[in-house]
Write a protein that binds this ligand. Sequence first.
Ligand SMILES: [Zn+2]
Ligand SMILES: [Zn+2]
Length: 376
Amino acid sequence: MRFDRIEIIRPGDSSGNNMIVRATLSSGRTIYGFATDNLYGGDWDWDLGPTWNYLVTADRPFLVDAGRRGKGRELIGMIESVGFSPRDIDAIVVSHGHEDHDGGILELAGVTQARVKAHEIYGCLVRPLAKSAPSSEKAQFPVSCWCCPMPASFARHNCLEYHEERPQLNIEPMSMNGELGAGIEVLHTPGHSPDAVALLIDGEALLPGDTILPDISPHPSQERFFTVVRPALPGNWKEAQQLFGLRAYIRSLKRIEQLAGASEDILVLSAHRLYYRDRLNLLGLKDRIAELVQHHRDRCSDFARILSTGPKSLKEVAAEHFRPELLKGHGINLAADEVASHCELMEAGGDVVFGEEGKIMSTGTQNFLSLIDGIR
Ligand SMILES: [Zn+2]
Ligand SMILES: [Zn+2]
């Protein structure tokens, strides 16, 4: 990988907050990266670092992501500082429907008049659908937030405006190819989020959203979410693993690898941690994908070990596997969700059974290893 293709044109703090970078491709195209600070960063141990939003130059330049809610203005200042006017932005592409990426879109779209483009699933999930909500507490939540692991108190404090704003978006479902201009390929990459997309630019730069990050492995969703949100989905989505869960996530990684083809030299511009702890984090794509797949194999293996001593709840498995500092506060909910994603895959392989009272039981097999290898 060539480090000379990316330069820091405005410094930020040690995590990269407020930093601007510029990547120049051999095709002649320029991509700017703007780091906006992130709720899920900073003061707790599941720190992702700032959100990296990217401006891709083209006949009709477009932005990928808009930071979290309240970051729209800041992003406009950053766009102007590299010589673009907000009106130059033709479209805002949503990498996936998480607040740290789409929270700033309504504000930004208002100023730029840009069109908002996203995978068709995104548009299905941004609105509430009270009659099918899993609980009355979630009746006014957008469908995408029905399965959020955070408690209602967190949502009341952090997400109300977000919930109210997103249904106002005018979203154009994005066809997967050609629509963003010549040289831009769009790949649906569900798993972390059902509406996730990755963009390959001129075969040289990959914008994978949260699907591939340096240092950290993105939180996989769960296949069981499919049944919950299905009333909001078009009928052509028939199977959970087309959109949700660890199997979908691993399949997306393998598809990205396929899309990248033989090229050894892809510049990976991730949506977090592009710069962290005072250094740029540039990835070798194939190596990073292999590491991520191995990480999930290892995690399943450790859960199998923990369950070999007897049935345990998700939280009990989480408490044995994760470092105590990751379990503080809301951390235990995220950790239990992570265990659930892996146990679903192991259940599909016949390695565990979800029993009475939320306990998971090992069957003694380790079919998950060949199951992961066989995902295509
Ligand atoms: Zn995300
Ligand atoms: Zn994110």
